[in-house]
Design a protein around this ligand. Sequence first.
Ligand SMILES: *Cc1c(COP(=O)(O)O)cnc(C)c1O
Length: 404
Amino acid sequence: MPPRWRSVAAATGLLDPSGTVRSTVFAEMSALAARTGAINLGQGFPDVDGPASVARAAADAIAAGANQYPPGTGIPELRAAVVDHQRRHYGLVPDVDTEVLVTTGATEALTAAVLALTGPGDEVVTLDPFYDSYAAAIALAGATHVTVPLVPGPDGFRLDVAALGAAVNDRTRLILLNTPHNPTGTVLTRDELTAVADAAVRHDALVLTDEVYEHLVYDDAVHIPVATLPGMAERTLTVSSAGKTLSFTGWKIGWVTGPAELVTAVRTVKQFLTYVSGAPFQPAVAFALTDPGVEEWVRELATSLARRRDLLCAGLRTAGFDVVVPRGTYFVLADAAPLGYDDGTRLCRELPALTGVVGVPVGAFTHAGSATERRLRSWVRFTYVKRTEVLEQAAERLAGLARG
Ligand SMILES: *Cc1c(COP(=O)(O)O)cnc(C)c1O
Protein backbone atom coordinates (compact mmCIF):
# COMPACT_ATOMS: atom_id res chain seq x y z
CA MET A 1 0.00 0.00 0.00
CA PRO A 2 1.40 3.46 -0.82
CA PRO A 3 2.02 5.75 2.13
CA ARG A 4 -0.99 7.84 3.13
CA TRP A 5 0.54 11.16 2.09
CA ARG A 6 0.82 9.79 -1.42
CA SER A 7 -2.82 8.79 -1.52
CA VAL A 8 -3.80 12.28 -0.34
CA ALA A 9 -1.51 13.93 -2.87
CA ALA A 10 -2.86 11.68 -5.63
CA ALA A 11 -6.49 12.19 -4.61
CA THR A 12 -6.05 15.94 -4.70
CA GLY A 13 -4.25 15.79 -8.05
CA LEU A 14 -1.06 17.09 -6.50
CA LEU A 15 1.13 14.08 -7.20
CA ASP A 16 2.61 13.90 -10.67
CA PRO A 17 3.74 10.57 -12.20
CA SER A 18 7.35 11.11 -11.11
CA GLY A 19 6.20 11.28 -7.47
CA THR A 20 6.73 15.03 -7.16
CA VAL A 21 4.14 16.93 -5.15
CA ARG A 22 3.06 20.09 -6.92
CA SER A 23 1.49 23.24 -5.51
CA THR A 24 -2.29 23.59 -5.90
CA VAL A 25 -3.77 25.38 -8.89
CA PHE A 26 -5.05 27.98 -6.41
CA ALA A 27 -1.51 28.75 -5.24
CA GLU A 28 -0.25 28.74 -8.85
CA MET A 29 -2.93 31.19 -9.98
CA SER A 30 -2.49 33.50 -6.97
CA ALA A 31 1.28 33.57 -7.58
CA LEU A 32 0.59 34.32 -11.24
CA ALA A 33 -1.69 37.22 -10.23
CA ALA A 34 0.95 38.60 -7.88
CA ARG A 35 3.71 38.27 -10.50
CA THR A 36 1.74 39.89 -13.34
CA GLY A 37 -0.24 42.46 -11.33
CA ALA A 38 -3.46 40.91 -12.67
CA ILE A 39 -6.77 41.25 -10.81
CA ASN A 40 -7.10 38.07 -8.74
CA LEU A 41 -10.62 36.69 -9.16
CA GLY A 42 -9.24 33.22 -8.45
CA GLN A 43 -9.18 33.00 -4.67
CA GLY A 44 -12.44 33.73 -2.84
CA PHE A 45 -11.80 36.12 -0.01
CA PRO A 46 -13.43 39.55 0.49
CA ASP A 47 -11.36 42.69 -0.09
CA VAL A 48 -13.40 44.52 2.57
CA ASP A 49 -13.50 43.28 6.18
CA GLY A 50 -16.64 42.40 8.15
CA PRO A 51 -18.46 44.65 10.67
CA ALA A 52 -16.29 46.97 12.77
CA SER A 53 -18.40 46.13 15.84
CA VAL A 54 -17.40 42.48 15.52
CA ALA A 55 -13.70 43.31 15.03
CA ARG A 56 -13.92 45.54 18.12
CA ALA A 57 -15.49 42.70 20.12
CA ALA A 58 -12.45 40.52 19.30
CA ALA A 59 -10.02 43.31 20.24
CA ASP A 60 -11.94 43.90 23.49
CA ALA A 61 -11.82 40.17 24.24
CA ILE A 62 -8.02 40.19 23.92
CA ALA A 63 -7.78 43.25 26.18
CA ALA A 64 -10.11 41.58 28.68
CA GLY A 65 -7.86 38.50 28.84
CA ALA A 66 -9.60 35.88 26.66
CA ASN A 67 -6.19 34.58 25.66
CA GLN A 68 -5.81 31.08 27.12
CA TYR A 69 -7.25 27.72 26.01
CA PRO A 70 -11.04 27.95 25.80
CA PRO A 71 -13.21 24.90 26.67
CA GLY A 72 -12.80 21.95 24.27
CA THR A 73 -16.34 22.24 22.90
CA GLY A 74 -16.12 26.05 22.56
CA ILE A 75 -17.13 28.79 24.99
CA PRO A 76 -20.71 28.42 26.31
CA GLU A 77 -21.72 31.86 24.90
CA LEU A 78 -20.78 30.84 21.36
CA ARG A 79 -22.44 27.43 21.63
CA ALA A 80 -25.60 29.17 22.89
CA ALA A 81 -25.39 31.67 20.02
CA VAL A 82 -25.11 28.84 17.48
CA VAL A 83 -28.18 27.11 18.99
CA ASP A 84 -30.08 30.40 18.90
CA HIS A 85 -29.02 30.93 15.26
CA GLN A 86 -30.21 27.43 14.22
CA ARG A 87 -33.52 27.93 16.06
CA ARG A 88 -34.19 31.43 14.66
CA HIS A 89 -33.37 30.63 11.06
CA TYR A 90 -34.38 26.98 10.72
CA GLY A 91 -36.36 25.82 13.76
CA LEU A 92 -33.56 23.39 14.70
CA VAL A 93 -32.75 23.18 18.42
CA PRO A 94 -29.50 21.31 19.12
CA ASP A 95 -28.61 20.77 22.77
CA VAL A 96 -26.11 23.44 23.80
CA ASP A 97 -23.88 21.06 25.78
CA THR A 98 -23.89 17.87 23.71
CA GLU A 99 -24.96 18.76 20.16
CA VAL A 100 -22.74 21.75 19.31
CA LEU A 101 -18.97 21.78 18.79
CA VAL A 102 -16.88 24.85 17.93
CA THR A 103 -14.07 24.08 15.47
CA THR A 104 -11.15 25.72 13.67
CA GLY A 105 -13.25 26.88 10.74
CA ALA A 106 -15.63 24.69 8.77
CA THR A 107 -12.59 22.93 7.30
CA GLU A 108 -11.67 21.29 10.59
CA ALA A 109 -15.27 20.31 11.32
CA LEU A 110 -15.53 18.62 7.92
CA THR A 111 -12.16 16.87 8.07
CA ALA A 112 -12.66 15.74 11.67
CA ALA A 113 -16.12 14.39 10.78
CA VAL A 114 -14.83 12.43 7.78
CA LEU A 115 -11.95 11.03 9.88
CA ALA A 116 -14.28 10.20 12.76
CA LEU A 117 -17.01 8.51 10.75
CA THR A 118 -15.32 6.80 7.81
CA GLY A 119 -12.42 4.47 7.08
CA PRO A 120 -11.12 1.90 4.58
CA GLY A 121 -13.98 0.06 2.90
CA ASP A 122 -16.42 2.95 3.40
CA GLU A 123 -17.65 5.08 0.54
CA VAL A 124 -18.18 8.81 0.84
CA VAL A 125 -20.43 10.42 -1.77
CA THR A 126 -19.93 14.07 -2.71
CA LEU A 127 -21.29 16.33 -5.38
CA ASP A 128 -19.03 16.85 -8.40
CA PRO A 129 -17.37 19.36 -8.83
CA PHE A 130 -16.44 19.48 -5.12
CA TYR A 131 -14.60 21.75 -2.65
CA ASP A 132 -11.01 20.52 -2.72
CA SER A 133 -10.62 19.76 0.99
CA TYR A 134 -13.24 16.96 0.74
CA ALA A 135 -11.07 14.76 -1.46
CA ALA A 136 -8.10 15.25 0.87
CA ALA A 137 -10.14 14.39 3.99
CA ILE A 138 -11.58 11.27 2.37
CA ALA A 139 -8.11 10.17 1.26
CA LEU A 140 -6.71 10.80 4.77
CA ALA A 141 -9.47 8.58 6.16
CA GLY A 142 -8.59 5.86 3.66
CA ALA A 143 -12.20 5.83 2.45
CA THR A 144 -13.34 5.75 -1.18
CA HIS A 145 -14.57 8.93 -2.86
CA VAL A 146 -17.67 8.50 -5.05
CA THR A 147 -19.08 11.50 -6.89
CA VAL A 148 -22.47 12.59 -8.25
CA PRO A 149 -22.45 15.28 -10.93
CA LEU A 150 -24.10 18.66 -10.91
CA VAL A 151 -24.93 19.16 -14.58
CA PRO A 152 -25.24 22.60 -16.25
CA GLY A 153 -28.57 23.43 -17.87
CA PRO A 154 -31.13 26.23 -18.22
CA ASP A 155 -31.87 26.14 -14.45
CA GLY A 156 -28.21 26.23 -13.48
CA PHE A 157 -26.11 23.30 -12.31
CA ARG A 158 -28.58 20.66 -11.13
CA LEU A 159 -28.15 17.41 -9.23
CA ASP A 160 -28.20 14.31 -11.44
CA VAL A 161 -30.77 12.43 -9.35
CA ALA A 162 -30.41 9.18 -11.34
CA ALA A 163 -26.65 9.24 -10.77
CA LEU A 164 -27.27 9.83 -7.07
CA GLY A 165 -29.47 6.72 -6.96
CA ALA A 166 -26.72 4.71 -8.62
CA ALA A 167 -23.93 6.10 -6.42
CA VAL A 168 -25.45 5.53 -2.98
CA ASN A 169 -25.40 1.91 -1.79
CA ASP A 170 -24.94 -0.08 1.40
CA ARG A 171 -21.21 0.71 1.48
CA THR A 172 -22.01 4.45 1.55
CA ARG A 173 -21.15 5.61 5.04
CA LEU A 174 -21.48 9.33 4.42
CA ILE A 175 -23.08 11.69 1.91
CA LEU A 176 -21.11 14.95 2.05
CA LEU A 177 -23.32 17.75 0.75
CA ASN A 178 -22.54 21.39 0.11
CA THR A 179 -25.30 23.95 -0.35
CA PRO A 180 -25.05 26.75 -1.41
CA HIS A 181 -22.43 25.03 -3.52
CA ASN A 182 -18.84 26.06 -4.23
CA PRO A 183 -17.84 26.25 -7.08
CA THR A 184 -21.15 26.20 -9.04
CA GLY A 185 -23.23 28.66 -6.96
CA THR A 186 -26.09 26.15 -6.96
CA VAL A 187 -28.57 26.26 -4.09
CA LEU A 188 -30.03 22.76 -3.80
CA THR A 189 -33.83 22.65 -4.04
CA ARG A 190 -36.17 20.84 -1.68
CA ASP A 191 -36.70 18.16 -4.37
CA GLU A 192 -32.96 17.59 -4.73
CA LEU A 193 -32.49 17.45 -0.95
CA THR A 194 -35.42 15.02 -0.68
CA ALA A 195 -33.69 12.72 -3.18
CA VAL A 196 -30.55 12.85 -1.02
CA ALA A 197 -32.56 12.21 2.15
CA ASP A 198 -34.35 9.23 0.56
CA ALA A 199 -31.05 7.71 -0.57
CA ALA A 200 -29.51 8.24 2.89
CA VAL A 201 -32.45 6.61 4.69
CA ARG A 202 -32.68 3.74 2.19
CA HIS A 203 -29.01 2.82 2.74
CA ASP A 204 -28.67 4.01 6.33
CA ALA A 205 -26.00 6.55 5.41
CA LEU A 206 -25.07 9.60 7.46
CA VAL A 207 -25.17 13.10 5.94
CA LEU A 208 -22.50 15.75 6.51
CA THR A 209 -23.53 19.11 5.09
CA ASP A 210 -21.28 22.11 4.45
CA GLU A 211 -23.45 25.23 4.70
CA VAL A 212 -20.81 27.98 5.02
CA TYR A 213 -22.67 30.10 2.42
CA GLU A 214 -26.06 29.66 4.15
CA HIS A 215 -26.70 33.43 4.27
CA LEU A 216 -25.25 34.31 0.87
CA VAL A 217 -28.21 33.42 -1.39
CA TYR A 218 -29.73 35.65 -4.07
CA ASP A 219 -32.94 36.36 -5.98
CA ASP A 220 -35.72 34.03 -4.86
CA ALA A 221 -33.39 31.20 -3.81
CA VAL A 222 -33.92 29.81 -0.31
CA HIS A 223 -31.28 27.90 1.65
CA ILE A 224 -32.77 24.70 3.09
CA PRO A 225 -30.65 22.80 5.64
CA VAL A 226 -31.01 19.08 4.91
CA ALA A 227 -31.34 18.52 8.68
CA THR A 228 -34.81 20.14 8.51
CA LEU A 229 -36.17 17.40 6.21
CA PRO A 230 -38.29 14.67 7.84
CA GLY A 231 -36.17 12.01 9.54
CA MET A 232 -32.88 13.76 8.72
CA ALA A 233 -31.94 15.54 11.98
CA GLU A 234 -31.04 12.18 13.55
CA ARG A 235 -28.51 11.32 10.81
CA THR A 236 -27.13 14.74 9.81
CA LEU A 237 -24.13 16.77 10.92
CA THR A 238 -24.47 20.42 9.84
CA VAL A 239 -21.35 22.54 9.44
CA SER A 240 -21.00 26.30 9.09
CA SER A 241 -18.56 29.03 10.03
CA ALA A 242 -18.06 32.73 10.61
CA GLY A 243 -15.69 33.24 7.67
CA LYS A 244 -18.06 33.72 4.74
CA THR A 245 -21.09 35.04 6.67
CA LEU A 246 -19.12 37.79 8.42
CA SER A 247 -16.33 38.48 5.88
CA PHE A 248 -13.67 37.40 8.38
CA THR A 249 -12.26 34.42 6.50
CA GLY A 250 -8.99 34.56 8.47
CA TRP A 251 -10.62 34.03 11.86
CA LYS A 252 -11.33 30.34 11.33
CA ILE A 253 -14.18 29.90 13.76
CA GLY A 254 -16.56 27.15 12.65
CA TRP A 255 -19.11 24.86 14.25
CA VAL A 256 -20.86 21.57 13.77
CA THR A 257 -24.29 20.62 15.11
CA GLY A 258 -26.13 17.31 15.13
CA PRO A 259 -26.94 14.24 17.24
CA ALA A 260 -24.84 14.03 20.43
CA GLU A 261 -23.30 10.68 19.48
CA LEU A 262 -22.04 12.02 16.13
CA VAL A 263 -20.83 15.35 17.56
CA THR A 264 -18.92 13.41 20.25
CA ALA A 265 -17.23 11.35 17.54
CA VAL A 266 -16.16 14.54 15.75
CA ARG A 267 -14.93 16.06 19.02
CA THR A 268 -12.78 12.99 19.70
CA VAL A 269 -10.86 13.65 16.47
CA LYS A 270 -10.92 17.45 16.73
CA GLN A 271 -9.32 17.18 20.17
CA PHE A 272 -6.13 15.84 18.59
CA LEU A 273 -6.12 18.02 15.48
CA THR A 274 -6.19 21.44 17.15
CA TYR A 275 -7.63 20.78 20.65
CA VAL A 276 -9.10 24.32 20.70
CA SER A 277 -8.59 27.59 18.87
CA GLY A 278 -9.50 31.25 18.49
CA ALA A 279 -10.12 32.14 22.17
CA PRO A 280 -10.72 35.89 21.57
CA PHE A 281 -12.63 35.32 18.33
CA GLN A 282 -15.20 33.05 19.96
CA PRO A 283 -16.89 35.80 22.05
CA ALA A 284 -16.78 38.12 19.02
CA VAL A 285 -18.58 35.54 16.85
CA ALA A 286 -21.06 34.89 19.68
CA PHE A 287 -21.82 38.62 19.65
CA ALA A 288 -22.11 38.64 15.85
CA LEU A 289 -24.57 35.72 15.75
CA THR A 290 -26.94 37.38 18.20
CA ASP A 291 -26.67 41.10 17.37
CA PRO A 292 -29.56 42.43 15.21
CA GLY A 293 -27.29 45.09 13.69
CA VAL A 294 -24.88 42.43 12.45
CA GLU A 295 -27.78 40.35 11.11
CA GLU A 296 -28.85 43.38 9.07
CA TRP A 297 -25.24 43.81 7.89
CA VAL A 298 -25.26 40.19 6.63
CA ARG A 299 -28.53 40.78 4.73
CA GLU A 300 -26.98 43.84 3.09
CA LEU A 301 -23.89 41.81 2.21
CA ALA A 302 -26.09 39.32 0.34
CA THR A 303 -27.89 42.15 -1.51
CA SER A 304 -24.58 43.74 -2.43
CA LEU A 305 -23.10 40.40 -3.54
CA ALA A 306 -26.09 39.78 -5.83
CA ARG A 307 -25.37 43.16 -7.51
CA ARG A 308 -21.69 42.38 -7.83
CA ARG A 309 -22.56 38.95 -9.26
CA ASP A 310 -24.68 40.69 -11.92
CA LEU A 311 -21.82 43.01 -12.76
CA LEU A 312 -19.30 40.20 -13.23
CA CYS A 313 -21.78 37.96 -15.11
CA ALA A 314 -22.50 40.80 -17.55
CA GLY A 315 -18.76 41.38 -18.04
CA LEU A 316 -18.11 37.69 -18.67
CA ARG A 317 -20.96 37.52 -21.22
CA THR A 318 -19.66 40.61 -23.01
CA ALA A 319 -16.25 38.95 -23.14
CA GLY A 320 -17.84 35.95 -24.87
CA PHE A 321 -18.17 33.39 -22.07
CA ASP A 322 -21.30 31.33 -21.46
CA VAL A 323 -22.31 32.00 -17.87
CA VAL A 324 -24.49 30.01 -15.47
CA VAL A 325 -25.93 32.58 -13.06
CA PRO A 326 -25.20 31.47 -9.47
CA ARG A 327 -27.94 31.72 -6.80
CA GLY A 328 -25.49 31.78 -3.89
CA THR A 329 -21.82 31.84 -2.75
CA TYR A 330 -18.90 34.01 -3.88
CA PHE A 331 -18.48 32.36 -7.29
CA VAL A 332 -19.65 32.13 -10.89
CA LEU A 333 -18.71 29.46 -13.42
CA ALA A 334 -18.09 30.57 -16.98
CA ASP A 335 -17.58 28.39 -20.05
CA ALA A 336 -14.76 29.50 -22.36
CA ALA A 337 -15.76 27.13 -25.18
CA PRO A 338 -17.63 29.87 -27.15
CA LEU A 339 -14.33 31.80 -27.13
CA GLY A 340 -12.60 28.85 -28.75
CA TYR A 341 -10.86 27.55 -25.60
CA ASP A 342 -11.42 23.90 -24.75
CA ASP A 343 -8.91 23.81 -21.87
CA GLY A 344 -9.72 25.95 -18.83
CA THR A 345 -6.32 25.33 -17.24
CA ARG A 346 -4.50 26.60 -20.32
CA LEU A 347 -6.80 29.60 -20.54
CA CYS A 348 -6.21 30.42 -16.85
CA ARG A 349 -2.45 30.33 -17.42
CA GLU A 350 -2.80 32.68 -20.41
CA LEU A 351 -5.55 34.93 -19.03
CA PRO A 352 -3.28 37.32 -17.06
CA ALA A 353 -1.26 38.10 -20.20
CA LEU A 354 -4.39 38.26 -22.38
CA THR A 355 -6.56 40.37 -20.08
CA GLY A 356 -4.93 41.08 -16.70
CA VAL A 357 -7.47 38.93 -14.85
CA VAL A 358 -6.98 35.64 -12.97
CA GLY A 359 -9.51 32.82 -12.49
CA VAL A 360 -9.19 29.15 -11.57
CA PRO A 361 -10.03 26.21 -13.84
CA VAL A 362 -13.03 24.18 -12.67
CA GLY A 363 -10.86 21.10 -13.18
CA ALA A 364 -9.31 21.95 -9.78
CA PHE A 365 -12.65 20.87 -8.24
CA THR A 366 -12.81 17.47 -9.97
CA HIS A 367 -10.82 14.24 -10.06
CA ALA A 368 -8.34 14.07 -12.94
CA GLY A 369 -9.70 11.86 -15.70
CA SER A 370 -13.31 11.90 -14.41
CA ALA A 371 -16.40 12.46 -16.57
CA THR A 372 -17.05 15.76 -14.76
CA GLU A 373 -13.51 16.93 -15.48
CA ARG A 374 -14.10 16.21 -19.17
CA ARG A 375 -17.55 17.84 -19.17
CA LEU A 376 -16.30 21.00 -17.45
CA ARG A 377 -12.86 21.11 -19.06
CA SER A 378 -13.45 24.51 -20.68
CA TRP A 379 -14.98 26.10 -17.55
CA VAL A 380 -13.38 28.67 -15.25
CA ARG A 381 -14.40 29.86 -11.77
CA PHE A 382 -14.33 33.59 -10.99
CA THR A 383 -15.13 35.26 -7.67
CA TYR A 384 -17.21 38.42 -7.29
CA VAL A 385 -16.47 39.02 -3.61
CA LYS A 386 -14.42 42.07 -4.58
CA ARG A 387 -15.20 45.79 -4.50
CA THR A 388 -17.41 47.11 -7.30
CA GLU A 389 -14.54 49.22 -8.73
CA VAL A 390 -12.37 46.11 -8.95
CA LEU A 391 -15.09 44.14 -10.73
CA GLU A 392 -15.76 47.00 -13.15
CA GLN A 393 -12.09 47.10 -14.02
CA ALA A 394 -12.00 43.30 -14.40
CA ALA A 395 -15.06 43.40 -16.69
CA GLU A 396 -13.43 46.07 -18.82
CA ARG A 397 -10.23 44.03 -19.12
CA LEU A 398 -12.14 40.84 -19.93
CA ALA A 399 -13.97 42.63 -22.75
CA GLY A 400 -10.60 42.64 -24.54
CA LEU A 401 -11.08 38.90 -25.15
CA ALA A 402 -14.14 39.56 -27.33
CA ARG A 403 -12.28 42.26 -29.25
CA GLY A 404 -9.58 39.64 -29.91
C1 LIG B 1 -14.44 28.66 2.27
C2 LIG B 1 -15.08 27.31 2.36
C3 LIG B 1 -14.86 26.48 3.47
C4 LIG B 1 -13.85 26.82 4.54
O1 LIG B 1 -14.42 27.43 5.64
P1 LIG B 1 -13.50 27.86 6.87
O2 LIG B 1 -14.47 28.25 7.90
O3 LIG B 1 -12.60 28.95 6.42
O4 LIG B 1 -12.70 26.65 7.26
C5 LIG B 1 -15.52 25.27 3.54
N1 LIG B 1 -16.36 24.89 2.55
C6 LIG B 1 -16.57 25.65 1.47
C7 LIG B 1 -17.51 25.17 0.42
C8 LIG B 1 -15.93 26.88 1.34
O5 LIG B 1 -16.11 27.62 0.22
